[in-house]
Design a protein around this ligand. Structure first.
Ligand code: NDP
Length: 449
C-alpha cells in the first residue's frame, strides 16, 4: 500500500489501529486514500476541517438481532446491520446483502464505497449499506418471508424516503424487497418510496432489474471507444450468474459481444458457441438451481468445479460480477498473458489490490466498480424521483437516462484523473471525482457530526 500524503497516511494508521478485524473495510479505505494523496496535497483546507478523518467514520452504525422461526419450529437468530455512512449530499442510499460472509467489516467497506459511487452518479444520494449473515440458500419461501419480516421489524425505525432508502444486493432481489416493503407498510401505515428495486405495480422503476448489468456495458463500451475499440465482436468472460451477471450478459450480447463463460460459487460453465442466456435465466431466476445444470442442458458446453478457474479462459474482456476479492494478482496476470484487453467490475471490489496493480501496469483498460457498476444505484435514484413525483417513466426513458449517467461518470472519472496528472487511471479518477463533491458538501455544512 502506498499512501503518499503524510496526513492521509496518519489518518489511515489511526483507523487501522481502531479497526482490528475489519480487513475489507481497511482495504477499501487504503485504495481510496492512495488515489486522494494529490488532492490532500492540494487542499490544506480539507485537512484543516478534518474531512479525511471524518469521511472514514460512519455517521451511524446499527447492529441488531434478527430472530425468526424455521419450518421445523426452531428459533433461529441472525445478525442484522445498517451502516449510515455519509449524508452530506442526500439521504443514505445503498443495498442490503444477505450472505453468510456478511460482517461489520464487509458492510462498512460496502457503505464507504457507496458514498463515492453515489456521488459519481450526480444524483443527490448519500451512502449506506446493510444486510445480514442469514444464508438464503436452501431456505423455503416461508422462511425467506419470515426472515425478511423480522429484519424489517427492526430496520423500519431507522429508514424513510428522506432518511435512508435501502435496495437489493447479493441475496436480495425483487422477492425479498417485496417482503420487506410489505412489512414496512404494515408497521408504519405508509405507502412510500422507502426501498428501491420494488415491483412495478408497487412503485418500482422499469429497467431497475437490468440497470447494473446494462450500465456496466455502457461504461465498458465508452471506455473501449476511447481506445479505438468496442464491445462488438469481443470474447467475454463473466463471473457470477446473479442479477448483475445476467443483465451484463444480456447487454453484452445485444452489443455484439460473445459471452463464453459464467459461474456461481461452486463452479463455472464454458460454452464456446456463446452462452444461451435464456437457459441461464431459467436455471437461476426461475428454478433457482446451480450453474452446473447449464452443462446438462446445453450440448457442447463444459462445467468445471471450482469458480476461480474461470479467469484462465482466454478472453478480450473480463467482467467480474460475483463478489469481493474474486480475482487475485495471479489470476490477473493469467488474463493479461491470454490477451485480455479490458476488465470492468460489475461486483464491488472484485479485484484484489495486486490484481488492480497488474491491470494498471499492463495498460489494460480497467474500470473500477464504483464507476462501472453505479448504474444500479443511479436507477434506484431514478426510482426515488418517480416515487416523489408520483409518476412513472417508460423503459426507453429510464434506459436513456441510465446511458447518459454512465457516459457522464466515465467522462468525470477521466477528467479528474487527467487534472491530477494520472491520465487514463480511472481508479484514481473515480475516487477523486466522487470524493470532491462529498468533501465540499461536508465543508459547507460545518463540523456538526
Ligand atoms: P446475486 O446474489 O444476484 O448474485 C451473485 C452471484 O455471484 C451468484 O451467482 C453467486 O453464486 C455468485 N458468486 C458468489 N460468490 C462467488 C464466487 N466466489 N465466485 C463465483 N461466483 C460467486 O448478487 P448481485 O448480482 O446482485 O451482486 C453481485 C455483485 O454486484 C456484488 O458484489 C454486489 O455488491 C454488486 N452490485 C450489485 C448491484 C445490484 O444492483 N444488484 C449494484 C452494484 C453492485 P451462488 O448462487 O453460488 O452464491
Amino acid at each position: 500500500m502506498q499512501i503518499k500524503n503524510q496526513h492521509l497516511s496518519d489518518v489511515y494508521e489511526s483507523l487501522a489501529a481502531r479497526s482490528a478485524g475489519e480487513p475489507e473495510f481497511l482495504q477499501a479505505v487504503a485504495e481510496v486514500f492512495e488515489s486522494l494523496s494529490p488532492v490532500a496535497d492540494a487542499r490544506p483546507d480539507y485537512i484543516k476541517a478534518g474531512i479525511f478523518s471524518r469521511i472514514v467514520e460512519p455517521e451511524r452504525f446499527i447492529q441488531f438481532r434478527v430472530s425468526w422461526v424455521d419450518d421445523e419450529g426452531n428459533v433461529r437468530v441472525n445478525r442484522g446491520y445498517r451502516v449510515q455512512f455519509n449524508s452530506a449530499i442526500g439521504p443514505y442510499k445503498g443495498g442490503l446483502r444477505l450472505h453468510p460472509s456478511v460482517s461489520a467489516s464487509v458492510i462498512k467497506f460496502l457503505g464507504f464505497e457507496q458514498v463515492f459511487k453515489n456521488s459519481l452518479t450526480t444524483l443527490p444520494m448519500g451512502g449506506g449499506k446493510g444486510g445480514s449473515d442469514f444464508d438464503p440458500k436452501g431456505k423455503s419461501e416461508g422462511e425467506i418471508m419470515r426472515f425478511c419480516q423480522s429484519f424489517m421489524t427492526e430496520l423500519y425505525r431507522h429508514i424513510g424516503p428522506d432518511t435512508d432508502v435501502p435496495a437489493g444486493d447479493i441475496g436480495v432481489g425483487g422477492r425479498e424487497i417485496g417482503y420487506m416493503f410489505g412489512q414496512y407498510k404494515r408497521l408504519t401505515n405508509r405507502f412510500e418510496g422507502v426501498l428501491t428495486g420494488k415491483a412495478i405495480p408497487s412503485g418500482g422503476s422499469l429497467v431497475r432489474t437490468q440497470a447494473t448489468g446494462y450500465g456496466l456495458l455502457y461504461f465498458t463500451d465508452e471506455m473501449l471507444r476511447d481506445r479505438g475499440m468496442s464491445v462488438d465482436g469481443k470474447t467475454i468472460v463473466i463471473s457470477g450468474s446473479g442479477n448483475v451477471a445476467i443483465y451484463a450478459c444480456e447487454k453484452a450480447q445485444e452489443m455484439g459481444g460473445k459471452v463464453v463463460a459464467m459461474s456461481d460459487s461452486n463452479g463455472y460453465v464454458y460454452d464456446k458457441d456463446g452462452i444461451k442466456l435464456d437457459v441461464v435465466k431459467q436455471i437461476k431466476e426461475v428454478e433457482r438451481l446451480r450453474i452446473k445444470e447449464y452443462a446438462a442442458r446445453v450440448p457442447g458446453s463444459v462445467y468445471t468445479e471450482g469458480c476461480r478457474g474461470i479467469w484462465s479462459i482466454p478472453c478480450d474482456i473480463a467482467l467480474p460480477c460475483a463478489t469481493q476479492n474474486e480475482l487475485n494478482g495471479d489470476e490477473a496476470a493469467t488474463l493479461v498473458k491470454n490477451g485480455c484487453r479490458a476488465v470492468a467490475e460489475g461486483a464491488n471490489m472484485p479485484s484484489t489490490p495486486e490484481a488492480v496493480e497488474c491491470f494498471l501496469a499492463n495498460n489494460i483498460a480497467y474500470a473500477p466498480a464504483k464507476a462501472s457498476n453505479a448504474g444500479g444505484v443511479a436507477t434506484s435514484g431514478l426510482e426515488m424521483v418517480q416515487n416523489s413525483i408520483r409518476m412513472s417513466w417508460t423503459a426507453p426513458e429510464v434506459d436513456e437516462k441510465l446511458h447518459g449517467i454512465m457516459k457522464n461518470i466515465y467522462a468525470s472519472a477521466k477528467a479528474a484523473a487527467a487534472e491530477y496528472g494520472m491520465a487514463g487511471n480511472l481508479v484514481a479518477g473515480a475516487n477523486i471525482a466522487g470524493f470532491q463533491k462529498v468533501a465540499d458538501a461536508m465543508l459547507w455544512q460545518g463540523i456538526a457530526y
